[in-house]
Ligand binder design. Structure first.
Ligand SMILES: [Cu+2]
Length: 387
C-alpha cells in the first residue's frame, strides 16, 4: 500500500528516489491509449500531452463555459485522481517499488512561510535543491536555474519541457513565484472554508456555478475567483500556467495535495454523495457518477464511481492516521464515555456527532462534541484530544 507523504516528511533517500523516477519517465517510451494519437516521444511528456488534450476537450463540444474533460466541471477531482494515480503507478514501475507513494506539497502550511525576499523560497522544503529547485530567473525568461530540473546550458541532461506553444519554443522549465495575479498562496483558513461546504457539486455543473457554491467549484478555485487549486497554479506561474502544466513536476505534488484535501473532505462528509448521478437531466457526459472520463474510455478503465474510495484504490496519506479522543466527565449528570472514539484528522468544523468529531489542528486542544446516547437523547460535552 502506497502512503503518500508530505514533502516535509521525506527522507533524503526518498527525495532522491522521486527525482530518479521522474527523470526515468523522460527516457521511457510513451504509453499507448486506444483511439488517442499522441505526439509525445516519452512517457513523462505523454502525461503532459494528455492533460493538455483533456483541457482542450470541451464537454459537451463547444460549450461556452469552458467546461472540459478534466476541469470546470464535477469530474475535476476524479479526473486528477486517476491522472496522478497513473503517474504514481509509472513511478512505481520505473523505481521497481510497488509501495512508492507520490509526495504531496501542503501549500497551505507553506503559505505561512512565504517570503518574497527569499527569492527561491528555500524556507519551503519543496523548492530546495534536493527536491524541485527554486524560482525562475526574471532576467532570463523566468527559467529555473537551480535544482534537478534546472536549465543548464550545455548539459544534455537538462530538464526539457513538452511545449506546443509556437510563440515560445524555449523548451525549459519556467517559474515566477507570486509575480502574476496571485501574489500569495492559499492559507489553511482558505482550505477550511472549502472543507465545510456540504455539497459536492450542483447544477449547472460548471465554473461560475450561477453564484451557488459547491466543494468542487470552490476548491477548484472559481468561486470566489483565483481560489485554492487555481491560485497555486497562478502563484507558481511560468510552466504551471498553461494546459501543459504537468511539465513542472510540482504539478503532481500540487495535485497530490488537492487529492488529499478531497479525500479529507470525503472523510468529513461521509453522507454527501458525488454529484451528478447518472440520471440528472442537465448533467454533462463524462462528468456523471458512472461515466468514464476522456481519454480513459476503455471497458477496463475506471469509472468516476470507481475513484471515490482511496482505500479501495490502495493508497493513503501520511496524516490520515487515526486519532482518538476520550469524552471526559464534567459535572453532574453530563455525559461520560469509557470508550475511545475513533475520529479522523483535521476536519475544521466542531459540532458534529461523536462518531465523526471534527478535531482542532493539534492534540491537547479541547472541542465541544455531541454524542448520541439513544434515539432521543443527545448530550454535549467537552472532548479532549489525547493523541
Ligand atoms: Cu488539471
Amino acid at each position: 500500500m502506497a502512503i503518500r507523504k508530505s514533502v516535509t516528511n521525506l527522507t533524503a533517500a526518498e527525495k532522491a528516489q522521486f527525482i530518479t523516477g521522474v527523470k526515468a519517465l523522460k527516457k521511457k517510451p510513451p504509453f499507448v491509449l486506444p483511439g488517442v494519437t499522441l505526439t509525445a516521444t516519452n512517457m513523462y511528456d505523454a502525461f503532459v500531452e494528455v492533460h493538455n488534450m483533456s483541457m482542450a476537450t470541451l464537454t459537451p463540444p463547444g460549450n461556452a463555459t469552458g467546461r472540459n474533460a478534466a476541469h470546470q466541471g464535477p469530474a475535476f477531482l476524479p479526473w486528477h485522481r486517476e491522472f496522478i494515480l497513473r503517474f504514481e503507478r509509472e513511478l512505481q514501475i520505473a523505481l521497481n517499488d510497488n509501495n512508492f507513494g507520490l509526495p504531496y506539497w501542503d501549500w497551505a502550511a507553506d503559505s505561512a512561510l512565504d517570503d518574497p525576499a527569499d527569492s527561491n523560497r528555500t524556507a519551503m522544503a519543496v523548492w530546495r535543491d534536493d527536491l524541485l529547485g527554486g524560482n525562475g530567473d526574471p532576467a532570463d525568461g523566468n527559467h529555473v536555474k537551480t535544482g534537478p530540473f534546472a536549465h543548464n546550458p550545455g548539459d544534455p541532461e537538462s530538464w526539457t519541457i513538452f511545449d506546443n506553444n509556437p510563440a515560445d519554443r524555449a523548451p525549459f522549465l519556467k517559474r515566477a513565484f507570486g509575480r502574476g495575479s496571485a501574489p500569495t498562496l492559499p492559507t489553511q483558513n482558505d482550505v477550511n472554508a472549502a472543507l465545510v461546504i456540504d455539497i459536492y457539486d450542483r447544477s449547472p455543473w460548471d465554473r461560475p456555478g450561477s453564484g451557488s457554491n459547491s466543494f468542487r467549484n470552490h476548491f477548484e478555485g472559481w468561486n470566489p475567483p483565483l481560489g485554492l487549486h487555481n491560485r497555486v497554479h497562478v502563484w507558481i506561474g511560468g510552466s504551471m500556467s498553461p494546459g501543459t502544466s504537468p511539465n513542472d513536476p510540482v504539478f503532481f505534488l500540487h495535485h497530490c495535495n488537492c487529492d488529499r484535501i478531497w479525500a479529507l473532505w470525503q472523510i468529513c462528509h461521509p453522507n454527501v454523495p458525488y454529484a451528478p448521478a447518472d440520471n440528472v437531466a442537465d448533467a454533462p457526459a463524462g462528468h456523471r457518477l458512472n461515466d468514464r472520463m476522456f481519454p480513459w474510455t476503455a471497458a477496463t478503465d475506471h469509472r468516476i464511481s470507481d475513484l471515490l474510495d482511496i482505500t479501495a484504490l490502495g493508497f493513503s496519506y501520511d496524516d490520515f492516521h487515526r486519532r482518538f479522543v476520550k469524552l471526559r466527565r464534567t459535572t453532574g449528570n453530563r455525559f461520560v464515555s469509557d470508550a475511545l472514539i475513533q475520529v479522523s484528522t483535521n476536519c475544521s468544523t466542531q459540532n458534529d456527532t461523536a462518531v465523526s468529531i471534527f478535531l482542532p489542528a493539534s492534540p491537547g486542544g479541547t472541542i465541544r462534541a455531541r454524542h448520541t446516547v439513544s434515539a432521543t437523547e443527545l448530550l454535549t460535552d467537552q472532548v479532549t484530544v489525547t493523541a
